[in-house]
Design a protein around this ligand. Structure first.
Ligand code: S3P
Length: 436
């Protein structure tokens, strides 16, 4: 892939694509396959750098792995048979990989060091270190609260009751994974509901887990592989094309096999409330997750009002949501955005400055935002950097659809961390993409 691309105005998007596998679910399928004895086949996995880094870590812990197109084959000796890694465990760009693996590695009787790229090495880890230490884990950060994370052999974890100070599926999952191998019960109380792929997959692997009224309870469990896991398409990847179609004139596209888990699809629900022309067809169950085919048509949307409680369910779609808001007549409002500052980049500051660069009126106040949109807005040309963040790169390429002179996005290699097929699929749907 070239490192810069220019995206220019294009109407009449059309065509049909099958969206590749979900990142969150692919990570978890590898992790649970690793923790359960025997063979697990993961079908439709995401083939991204993030997921392949998790797979490599699983291999370093002593399991056999094979990849054939989008199917991953695992053969694990089970938790007892895992071996101490002889090198650092590298998670690349992925906070999900590092935080989830740290949870169960903290319960094992060998040392490990977890490292990442420049972006991951700057991300906050106290959010998992604190609860894991409360469970008895010997885990520490290297500098302040940043990776590398060092884990010393465990002398046994104890279950805790933990009230989450932030809404984070990664933190919740890290604690639940430690709870799988801890004495007694572990209870996690969520601040707001976050994506529940971990809980669903734990049920598929027969863990002792239950949840009610926002409290999840787990006990020491011996996982059993179902043998085969099917991964739905990634809603967060589909969101780029949903948005592209909504903001382009005379467009109609179909996106097949999109995961529509209740805790992931708040962006879709909000768009439907905002009068987006989107039909959900062929709704069906894929393992423990729900999927649908989406038919999207150009739409004249109403402004958005997004409050803090649903932010976790559309957290990864927010950069795109801000872009769309700038193209809707009227003022859109977003509240409770602080977690956006702690992603692969500071997505809040970057999107504010990118929109201002495109002459959009934006009012920000700590962790809230008001965006004054215009539905006939045409963006001037512009040059943007991805800041090494895949979602910023793809969002700005979608912005180019409203720019006759074109928007250049530099350093787009990071798109491979979550969506290596993005450029090809965008071209299939009619995006006007050229080397920048
Ligand atoms: C993820 C949870 C979210 C999300 C990330 C994937 C997961 O992060 O932003 O892309 O797979 O659990 P937080 O839990 O930190 O909000």
């Amino acid at each position: 892939m070239t490192t810069s691309l220019k995206s220019s105005k294009r109407n009449n998007l059309s065509g049909e694509i099958v969206i590749p596998g979900d990142k969150s679910i692919s990570h978890r399928a590898i992790l649970f396959g690793l923790l359960s004895k025997g063979k697990t086949q993961i079908q439709g996995s995401q083939n991204s750098e993030d997921v392949l880094n998790s797979l490599n870590v699983a291999r370093l812990l002593g399991i056999e792995t094979k990849v054939k197109s989008s199917t991953i084959f695992l053969d694990s000796p089970g938790v007892e048979g895992l071996s101490a890694p002889t090198t650092d465990l590298y998670f690349g760009n992925s906070g999900t990989g590092m935080r989830l693996f740290a949870g169960f590695l903290s319960s094992l009787n060998f040392s490990s060091t977890l490292t990442g790229d420049a972006s991951l090495s700057n991300r906050p880890m106290m959010r998992i270190i604190d609860p894991l230490q409360k469970m008895g884990a010997k885990i520490s950060a290297s500098y302040k609260e940043n990776p590398p994370l060092k884990i010393s052999p465990s002398s046994g974890l104890k279950g805790i009751t933990y009230k989450m100070p932030i809404a984070s599926a990664q933190v919740k999952s890290s604690i639940l994974l430690a709870g799988l191998n801890a004495e007694g019960k572990t209870l996690v109380q969520e601040k707001y509901a976050t994506r529940d792929h971990t809980e669903r997959m734990m049920k598929t692997f027969e863990a002792n887990i239950s949840s009610s009224n926002g409290i999840i309870e787990i006990e020491k469990s011996d996982l059993k592989t179902p043998g085969q896991i099917e991964v739905p398409g990634d809603f967060s990847s589909a969101a780029f094309f949903i948005s592209a179609c909504l903001i382009s004139e005379n467009s109609e596209i179909k996106i097949k096999n999109v995961g529509i888990n209740e805790t992931r699809k708040a962006f879709l629900d909000c768009l439907l409330d905002m009068r987006a022309n989107i039909d959900l067809t062929n709704i069906r169950q894929l393992g423990n997750e729900e999927v649908a085919d989406l038919v999207i048509k150009s739409s004249d949307l109403l402004p958005a009002k997004i409050m803090e409680d649903i932010v976790p369910n559309l957290i990864d779609e927010l950069p795109l949501f801000f872009l769309i808001a700038s193209l809707i007549e009227g003022e859109s409002e977003f509240v409770g955005l602080s977690e956006l500052k702690h992603k692969e980049s500071d997505r809040l500051s970057i999107m504010i400055s990118n929109l201002q660069e495109l002459d959009v009126e934006v009012h920000s106040n700590e962790d809230s935002l008001k965006i004054v949109g215009k539905n006939d807005r045409i963006f001037s040309d512009g040059v943007f950097d991805s800041h090494g963040d895949h979602r910023i790169a793809m969002t700005m390429l979608v912005a180019g659809l409203r720019s006759p002179k074109g928007v250049i996005v530099n350093n787009i290699d990071c798109i491979n961390t979550s969506f290596p097929e993005f450029v090809d699929q965008a071209k299939t749907l009619g995006f006007n993409l050229n080397n920048g």
